[in-house]
Design a protein around this ligand. Sequence first.
Ligand code: AMP
Ligand code: MG
Length: 328
Amino acid sequence: MKKIPLIFILLFLISACSSNKESASVIFCMDTVMDIKVYGEKSGDAVSEIESELNRLEKLFDRKYDGSDICTIKSGKIHAETEEIIKKALDISLKTDGAFDITIAPLMDLWGFYDKEYTIPGENEIKNALKSVSYRNIFFDEKGINIMNNAAVDLGGIAKGYASDKTVDILEKHGIKSAIVNLGGNVYAHGMRPNGKMWTVAVANPFDKEKNAVTVNVSDKAVVTSGAYQRCFEADGKKYHHIIDPKTGFPSESGIQSVTVIDADGTEADALSTAFFVMGKDRTADFLADNPGIDAVVITEEKKIYYTSGLEGCISNESDMEILCIND
Ligand code: AMP
Ligand code: MG
């Protein structure tokens, strides 16, 4: 047998080790904990670039910053990325018949979700706020954006998904083949695990968030969850969560406890998970039947788990809840 020179063996070992190099970071950004794990030779560079990108996007899109693009937005020309994300949001509003609506800002404010001073608003206050709530109050023409009826924009239901897509761009730029990024409920599983297997992403049990409801095996997909347990407060023995039905002005009562969207497009997955939460299980099932390629896991108040047939063979139930195919 021909001998392999020692130098080649060493080179092979060095390249195998360097491609398994792991760089990780946990940061607090966009009001949530973000967990980034990247594998490969350039993983360190990728992680630092991702961190600065996330901080940059937070300053652009977060209502927390008084000077952010989104707080100071008015009719006319706006930042190209703000325009891009708002256009995507309006497209999802159209497709979901207004279940997703970025003009819910005055309602979020009324319920105290911005300053975390939670209150149940009065009927008149809600009625008043609803006057400026409609995605139809925003449109684009050759002069740029047009904002009617004092509408104010909240990108909380889509910004993290957009950020995860930007993260993927950075991973690709650095030639990264394996990474998992969790932007507070917005997971993106890039490529394969370092061992060549698919990523396993857990979906929390909304009735006990320390436990899993299901796990899904994915690759190159966003796995985005909107849940009633994620941001909520209790008053007079009732729970109020942060996903508002733009038609009523109240936290949505569609019968859903959590919904997870699995989709290659992270921005779309984020907006749709919020929309599906408002739409409820049956409207979500209809939407998904018309849009193959997008998968979802819906967990209802009756403790039932519904999943799309595209997840067959990739999903496993880790709870004692009943699991059913949503298309049946
Ligand atoms: P998510 O956790 O992605 O479902 O997004 C929830 C966040 O989206 C909230 O904290 C609000 O900032 C915003 N939001 C709430 N209700 C809606 C809605 N119906 N349409 C669009 N954004 C919403
Ligand atoms: Mg969302």
